[in-house]
Structures are given as C-alpha cells and as structure tokens.
Design a protein around this ligand. Structure first.
Ligand SMILES: O=C(O)CCC(=O)C(=O)O
Length: 266
C-alpha cells in the first residue's frame, strides 16, 4: 500500500503481489528497485545478441547515438517484437501504473550496449531538464532490462540512492561520475531495474572483457510531452498494426515513421 492507499496490482497471484508491493516501497524510498529473473535468462541473452547485431546494421544507423564505447539505439519497439515482452511485462507495467497512474504509456525502448574500456557516463536525471521546478510526483519511470548479466566490473548501471528526493533536475556540479555515493546495481540476465526519473544515475565504466547490454524502456504519464527526449522515436504504423489491443492501449496513438511526423517541433 502506498501513502495514498493504492495497491500495486500484479497479475500472477498473492506472492507476486507482495513482491511487487515490496519493490514499489523500495522504489519510493530509495528511487530504484530490481525485479529478479522476470524473463528467462536464455531469452534475455538471445535478445541481447539481436540488439547488438542491430548496432552494426546500416538500417538502424539513423537511430543510433553514441561512440565506440556506449551507444543508444532508439525505436526498438519497431525493430524486434520480442522487445514487447519486456515493454508490456505485467510486473513493470503494474509498477509504472502505481507511480504514474493507470493511463501511463510505454513511450520508448532503446538498446544500450557498453563495450569494454568504456568510461563512466555522466551522472544525470531523466527528462527533468525542462522543468522550472521539478515536480514532487514522478514524471517518468525508467527501466533497464539486463540482457547480459550486469556486474560491478562490466558497467552495471550506477545509482545514487534517495537522490530522487532532491527535487533537482540534475546532480550538483561537484558530483562527478566517480562519486562514492554511486552504487552499482547488479543482476542476472533476465532481471530488470526500475527507477524514478529524478534519481541520479549513469552507465558505469566497463572494466571487463565483455560487452554489457541493457534494454531501456521508459514509461510516462499521458500529460508528458514526448518531444523532450531528442532521440525518442514514434511507433511505426505497421508496428502498431501487429500489436494486440492490450498492448496498443499502452502506447501513444500518434504513429509515424519519423519524429517530425509526430512530435511537436521546438
Ligand atoms: O545504460 C545504463 O546503464 C544507464 C542508462 C541511462 O542512463 C538512461 O537510460 O538514462
């Protein structure tokens, strides 16, 4: 139960509901939580391999930002239908609805590999830069599915617990990428970490020999203007066409092939 008396409603029985309840309480208090082993490990690893292949597919070139160490490939809902089993997973959707309300939506899915030798990413909050004053309600629940194991060595996402309470749109300037308050969030492939958009976080340095692959899925309330994140891609009409009505109801209805078709230009 949260402060307003809402319950997290899962779909798979009492134990799951209790686990989700505990996860919601952890996210509320610390700004993040981990749901372990939500999809089978082999399925996660296979999806990770397909994501990685797309990073060198010329058809995806226009949707990739980053360098040889860390990349974001936007628009993954259009690229691989298996991504849907993460984006519309009943447990992450239940937690997103708990914090953002019943009409929250899956707005973007991105593949995020970090390769050996990658330095730590800058510490940041998400989608907070345009607020004059950061709201005291969550404006986004972000997630990263672990499509490889996430370890301290290979660049597991780093978080500053409780920083979502700071009401700051960005970390203080003296809080660098190597701040000791940053904690790695480790987990097995198939697990997912969820966080409040105001939590300070980063992709940590990859000091291992292996690539780390994350699938980042963002949930927003319907009042949020999605042009704000520069790379986010709309759903293609043919993607929407393939979805069940349940999945469609979790997506923005503004379909298009390009951002310029669908997003307000600023
Ligand atoms: O790749 C990661 O571990 C972090 C991703 C991230 O910072 C984000 O999605 O905002």
């Amino acid at each position: 139960m949260d402060a307003d008396g809402r319950r997290v409603v899962g779909t798979r029985g009492k134990d799951v509901n209790e686990e989700l309840q505990a996860a919601a309480e952890h996210l509320d208090a610390y700004g993040y939580c981990v749901l372990k082993d939500r999809i089978p490990r082999e399925a996660a690893l296979a999806l990770g391999r397909r994501c990685l292949a797309l990073h060198s597919d010329p058809r995806c070139e226009d949707y990739i930002v980053g360098d040889e160490y860390y990349q974001t490939l936007f628009g993954m809902l259009n690229q691989d239908d298996e991504v849907w089993s993460c984006a519309f997973h009943p447990d992450t959707v239940a937690l997103a609805r708990h914090f953002l309300g019943p009409r929250c939506r899956v707005v973007e899915a991105c593949s995020k590999p970090t390769w050996p030798g990658a330095p730590a990413q800058h510490l940041h909050a998400d989608s907070a830069g345009s607020f004059v004053q950061v709201p005291d309600v969550p404006w986004m629940i972000n997630t990263i599915w672990m499509l490889t194991d996430f370890t301290e060595a290979n660049g597991a996402t780093g978080v500053v617990p409780m920083s979502h309470r700071s009401r700051r749109p960005a970390p203080p300037p003296d809080m660098g990428a190597d701040n000791p308050l940053i904690k790695p969030v480790e987990g097995r492939a198939g697990s997912v970490m969820l966080w409040h958009g105001g939590l300070f976080h980063q992709a940590r340095a990859n000091q291992s020999e292996d690539v780390r692959i994350g699938l980042n899925i963002a949930y927003y309330p319907p009042w949020f203007n999605n042009w704000i994140e520069g790379g986010h891609q709309p759903l293609w009409p043919e993607t929407y066409e393939r979805m069940s009505e349940d999945f469609r109801s979790l997506c923005p209805r503004l379909l298009g092939r390009r951002r310029a078709d669908r997003y307000e230009q600023r």
